[in-house]
Design a protein around this ligand. Structure first.
Ligand SMILES: Nc1ncnc2c1ncn2[C@@H]1O[C@H](COP(=O)(O)OP(=O)(O)OP(=O)(O)O)[C@@H](O)[C@H]1O
Ligand SMILES: [Mg+2]
Length: 261
């Protein structure tokens, strides 16, 4: 279980203080799939980084299974918007890398890497280099590499944001399937309302100035969700509710123009 209690984060920029996140109280149960939706600059990445232990809260605490998060740990895997693979290593070697770093013998690491690549549908591309892959394939490889560490929590920061609409839907369905077959807790950031609804058990809606949680919205769509769930009439209702929330939230004075879609 993940618990955030009175979590706030401020940054000093020049002579003024940026309140990136203020007083967030949130409980996420093990195995939940939680999506975080909000306009640019509302503190989504900051929140995720505090969960990952890459940033320390200015106030409040983040605990995982009762332990206060004080830094990054193997229990939490991070997937970024742009797949960060080593361009000089093959896909298979990229996925094996964290295993090798953690002392798994090379042969065993490569075998595990092959199994992971199969899991994400890249079994035929182990010998390819990242530059030879499409954006979606690179993102699958990055996911396989994160999964190699067998995290219990997967932190995903707009992982499909750079993909075309069709690839994005395929990736969403595959992530859904992977999660369903695992015990993973997933916290997934997105700008896309439909993506937040389709994936999430809950959508945490954030607002700006200051960055904060404005609603914890429960998605009642049945599990497992396949492509057909996209036609569920409740989605329209959910969409218009979430649109309303975001439209009435103040917009970020320093937002970089990222769009809610
Ligand atoms: N290291 C930092 N130093 C100073 N200010 C920062 C830092 N990181 C984030 N901020 C500020 O904190 C606020 C929240 O940033 P954050 O990146 O968390 O937003 P976001 O919701 O992820 O936005 P986006 O959707 O554009 O990715 C912004 O005003 C940002 O400028
Ligand atoms: Mg961000």
């Amino acid at each position: 279980m993940i618990e955030l209690k009175g979590v706030a984060k401020t940054f000093q920029r020049g002579d003024h203080v940026v309140r990136a996140v203020t007083s967030v109280d949130l409980t996420i149960e093990g195995g939940e799939f939680v999506t975080v939706l909000g306009p640019s600059g509302c503190g989504k990445t900051t929140l995720l980084h505090m969960l990952g232990g890459f940033e320390t809260p200015t106030k409040g605490t983040v605990t995982i299974d009762g332990q206060v998060v004080t830094g990054p740990g193997r229990d939490r895997g991070m997937v970024f918007q742009d797949a960060t693979l080593f361009p000089w290593r093959t896909v298979s070697a990229n996925v094996a890398w964290p295993l090798e770093v953690n002392g798994v013998p090379k042969r065993a690491a490569r075998l595990q890497s092959a199994a992971l690549l199969e899991k994400v549908g890249l079994e035929k591309f182990g010998n390819a280099f990242p530059g030879e892959l499409s954006g979606g394939m690179r993102q699958r490889a990055a996911l396989a590499r994160t999964l190699a560490m067998e995290p219990s929590v997967l932190l995903m920061d707009e992982p499909f944001g750079a993909l075309d609409a069709q690839t994005r839907e395929i990736m969403q369905e595959e992530l859904m399937r992977l999660w369903q077959e695992s015990d993973l807790t997933v916290i997934f950031i997105t700008h896309d309302i439909s993506e937040a609804i389709f994936l999430g058990d809950r959508v945490i809606v954030m607002g700006v100035s200051p960055g904060r949680v404005i609603e914890d919205f429960k998605v009642e769509l049945d599990r497992p969700r396949t492509a057909e769930a996209r036609n569920d009439p409740r989605i329209l209702e959910y969409r218009s509710h979430l649109w309303g929330l975001l439209a009435h939230a103040p917009s970020s004075p320093s937002g970089n123009g990222s769009q809610i879609t």
